[in-house]
Ligand binder design. Structure first.
Ligand code: UD1
Ligand code: UDP
Length: 380
């Protein structure tokens, strides 16, 4: 029996953790004892609890309740909390997801006291170090013992940074194991899609017409905190909704809802709020999100996870960023990087609005990434 500590904190990590917890529960419950630490980075019910309940994630064993703060304070408080738990529990591995401050805190805490780190979603790069996530993921990768990358590009990025995919067991931070295993979020999409189809009522609740609405999410700090970019994005949304007579549904991240009032031009804000074609909603549950993603016409987003899920559910995607870590979907022609540029967003919409994606290749594994990760941790 091995003991692992899993760190969750931000919304996408909580959702990702469901895949590993499910694999442990189904195949390895006699071999892996998972202890879950929730840093409290996200804490609203619709950013945290809803996922724990809906996705069958075990109740966290430890809650650090760190909450929102500047990068240094938030990360530092998490490091202190995680170090204490690692010392108390002495796990075989610390499992970290993605690229948030919770990921970085876990990497710093564990590496200094020599607890081997497992990084799930390793190797992704935007090559834009002004993103806090880029710093977090690079630091985490370089402190890790087992790196699981979801894509061929992720593997290439790691090799370019000096990682050797031919390293052999026993692995350590100085001899890390690097594995291209597919995406645990693809595992989750396959598992939760039928459940969402049966249980989600979101399409009816918001009176949406299947294949005739746009799903949009915006939360990246360089969009929400930059009035020029935020105004350009919302101006484009308003224009497309009116010109195409199409509903745009926007489950708003709390960061974005708070900043709309300060960073959006007041005239544009009232136009958006009074436009019946634009629906601003609170964050939705994952099962509702899957339903929105699989029933919409097109996705517009600056989220990493939502870009991929658009691809999983055969929907074209306009990326509201200047670059992406998920370059494969752009190379396939399923997504276009439009930044926060009104002309590029409009052009991308015109190009993608009638795209049929049913024949696009599978890029994110076979739906068994979580099982592979568990087996590798067990050295099976
Ligand atoms: C974080 C991650 C980002 C990830 C995103 C997923 C970092 C540096 N960023 O960004 O990579 O894509 O999570 O959603 O780790 N807030 C609430 N309620 C909550 C959580 C947040 O109101 O439950 C508000 C607070 O005003 C907070 C702001 O959102 O200051 C930002 O939250 P934070 O966790 O710092 O960063 P995110 O933008 O969510
Ligand atoms: N998500 C959700 N409800 C929402 C918005 C997003 O369940 O209202 C899910 C989405 O399906 C994806 C994950 O949250 O699985 C992505 O998280 P987010 O966009 O917050 O962060 P990122 O992936 O950019 O780090």
């Amino acid at each position: 029996m091995i003991k692992i500590i899993t760190v969750i904190g931000a919304r996408p990590q909580i959702i990702k953790a469901a895949a590993i917890s499910r694999a442990i529960n189904k195949h390895f419950s006699d071999k892996i004892n998972e202890i879950i630490v929730h840093t409290g980075q996200h804490y609203d019910n619709n950013m945290s609890r809803v996922f724990i309940e809906e996705l069958g994630i075990p109740e966290p064993d430890y809650k650090l309740n760190v909450g929102s703060a500047g990068h240094a304070q938030q990360t530092a408080q998490m490091i202190v909390g995680i170090e204490g738990i690692l010392k108390e529990t002495a796990p075989d591995y610390l499992v970290l997801y993605g690229d948030t401050n919770s990921t970085l805190a876990g990497a710093i805490a564990a590496s200094k006291i020599h607890i081997p780190i497992v990084h799930i979603e390793a190797g992704l790069r935007s090559f834009n170090k002004t993103m806090p996530e880029e710093i977090n993921r690079i630091m985490c990768d370089h402190a890790s013992t087992l790196l699981f990358t979801p894509t061929a590009t992720g593997l290439k990025n790691l090799i370019n940074e000096g990682f050797n995919p031919h390293n052999k067991f026993p692995f350590s931070a100085d001899n890390p194991g690097v594995f291209h295993c597919g995406d645990i979020m693809y595992d989750n999409s396959l598992h939760f899609k039928p459940i969402s189809l049966k249980s989600s009522k979101v399409i009816d609740d918001y009176k949406l017409e299947k294949d005739n609405f746009i799903l949009c999410t915006i939360h990246r700090d360089n969009n929400t905190d930059n009035p020029v970019r935020l105004n350009a994005i919302f101006h484009s949304l308003n224009k497309i909704a009116n010109a195409e007579n199409i509903t745009i549904i926007i489950p708003l991240h709390p960061r974005t809802s708070k900043l709309l009032n300060t960073n959006l031009n007041s005239e544009l804000l009232s136009t958006i709020v009074s436009n019946p074609l634009i629906k601003l909603l609170p964050p939705v549950s994952f099962l509702d999100m899957i339903s929105l993603e699989s029933n919409c016409k097109l996705v517009m987003t600056d989220s990493g996870g939502v870009q991929k899920e658009a691809y999983f559910f055969y929907k074209p995607c306009i990326i509201l960023r200047s670059e992406t870590e998920w370059v494969e979907i752009v190379e396939e022609g399923a997504a276009i990087i439009a930044n926060a540029d009104e002309d590029k967003i409009q052009d991308a919409y015109n190009k993608l609005k009638n795209l049929n994606m049913r024949t696009f290749p599978l890029l994110f594994g076979d739906g068994k990434a979580a099982e592979f990760i568990c087996k590798t941790m067990l050295h099976l």
